[in-house]
Design a protein around this ligand. Structure first.
Ligand SMILES: Cc1ncc(COP(=O)(O)O)c(C=O)c1O
Length: 414
């Protein structure tokens, strides 16, 4: 069993054993979806089997479901160092960003401000608000996100007194920069705007305290750095902002009491934003992954290890002639983006895949490759990956020798 008290090498071995996908290749794409813990998959399978054999209509199912949902909220609250009542379950980051963005009763001419580094899951709802209600959407150019003075000056100019919402990523999905959310939130609050934060690339990757950084709404996924199943996410809502964030979706789970005759009393907590139904195995799996991370792996250990390995990756890549690092190293989390001169991202990903079976991704929007470095990665994996990048960088796709493929991890070098 993984325990926070094992020595580093033993602990790493136990962690990797508990994450079987780490043995399938160099797992460098947790920014899309992380490796599932074995025990999460087992818990999900157990619930699915129960549903298969007992059915989904047993009298105990609803109270059971409510308990499992409460456990999932509590597990998320522990990760966000928050009170349970601040957490609602959602289905994804995008779900939460929509709930936050539609928390404003938009009128034509209202202003919303966001950055030039947002993911469609965060900026998408703003485009809809603009196109549907004539919202004045300001997209602030923050470059690679690595210059806080530039970012803050641009936000200060854009957040005019009529601004109702500021929507911003904690960690930019393309360059990997950690954005100065706390100081942007101060500017937003001084002008009366609500602050909605996209935490897709932060929760489980770096320490997150939505209260301390001044978020009103903080949306996170289950499937990325929290190593949970797809189709689950969570939303943190500041207690004082609960009534300011208007509800758009509502249903059975949103109300403390509701009848069909006109009465619907929403939960006094963030639960009021739980509008739709949930997939029980995934609720259980989400709670199990969060619990596994915080209770067995230990968040401090995971954050420190991922930060060290990500930094090492960035340093090694930056030192390769022909490699251009997009990630600002003084302000990075666990994503590292880069370009290789002479190679398109697709060509490079294809060739790297052949050499080291690295599970990385391309970023067409910025014409680059991205790796996501997790606490479960090893130094050897990072060195192996960077050596393969160096080999590509020393050639072009036309001149690269075809018969010098690096061995897969775990295979003999010969
Ligand atoms: C910054 C950011 N926001 C939103 C998303 C979308 O996440 P989800 O699939 O949980 O909605 C992603 C990744 O896919 C992301 O990197």
């Amino acid at each position: 069993m993984v325990s926070p008290f094992l020595p580093e090498a033993e602990k790493l071995a136990a962690v990797r054993d508990a994450l079987p996908a780490t043995a399938a290749g160099i797992y460098l794409n947790t920014g899309t979806a992380g490796p599932l813990p074995r025990e999460t998959a087992a818990a999900m399978a157990e619930v699915a089997e129960w549903e298969l054999t007992t059915g989904r209509a047993h009298v105990s199912l609803l109270p059971e479901t409510l308990e499992r949902m409460a456990e999932a909220r509590a597990a998320v609250a522990a990760i966000l160092t928050s009170d349970i009542d601040t957490v609602a379950l959602t289905h994804s980051t995008t779900d939460g960003m929509n709930i936050g963005t539609w928390g404003i009763d938009w009128r034509a001419g209202d202003r919303a401000v966001t950055s030039s580094l947002e993911h469609p899951g965060g900026v998408g709802p703003l485009y809809v608000a603009r196109d549907r209600f004539g919202v004045d959407l300001a997209i602030v150019d923050v470059g690679d996100g690595g210059d806080d003075d530039r970012t803050l000056t641009a936000f200060e100019a854009a957040i005019t007194p009529g601004t109702r919402l500021v929507s911003i990523s904690h960690v930019a999905w393309s360059t990997g920069a950690v954005l100065p959310v706390a100081r942007i939130a101060e500017l937003a609050h001084a002008r009366g705007a609500l602050v909605v934060v996209d935490g897709a690339q932060s929760a489980g990757a770096i320490p997150v305290d939505p209260d301390a950084i001044g978020a009103d709404v903080y949306a996170i996924p289950g499937q990325k750095w929290l190593l949970g199943p797809e189709g689950m996410g969570a939303l943190w809502v500041r207690p004082e902002a609960l009534d300011r964030v208007r509800r758009t979706f509502a249903g059975y789970f949103s109300f403390e009491t509701a009848d069909g005759r006109g009465t619907g009393l929403p939960w006094p907590s963030a639960r009021r934003f739980e509008g739709t139904n949930y997939h029980r195995p995934s609720v259980v799996g989400f709670a199990r992954s969060c619990g596994w991370l915080s209770m067995y792996v230990g968040l401090d250990w995971a954050y420190a290890r991922a930060a060290r390995l990500a930094r090492r990756s960035a340093d090694l890549l930056a030192a390769i002639p022909g490699v251009e690092l997009l990630t600002p190293r003084h302000q990075m989390a666990t994503l590292v983006s880069f370009r290789i001169a002479g190679w398109t991202p697709d060509q490079a990903l294809d060739e790297l895949g052949r050499r080291v079976f690295a599970i990385a991704r391309t970023l067409p929007a910025v014409n680059a490759l991205r790796i996501s470095v997790g606490f479960f990665n090893t130094d050897e994996e990072i060195e192996r990956f960077c050596a393969a990048v160096a080999e590509l960088a020393a050639h072009t796709p036309e001149t690269l020798p075809r018969h010098r493929a690096l061995p897969l991890l775990g295979q003999d070098a010969g």
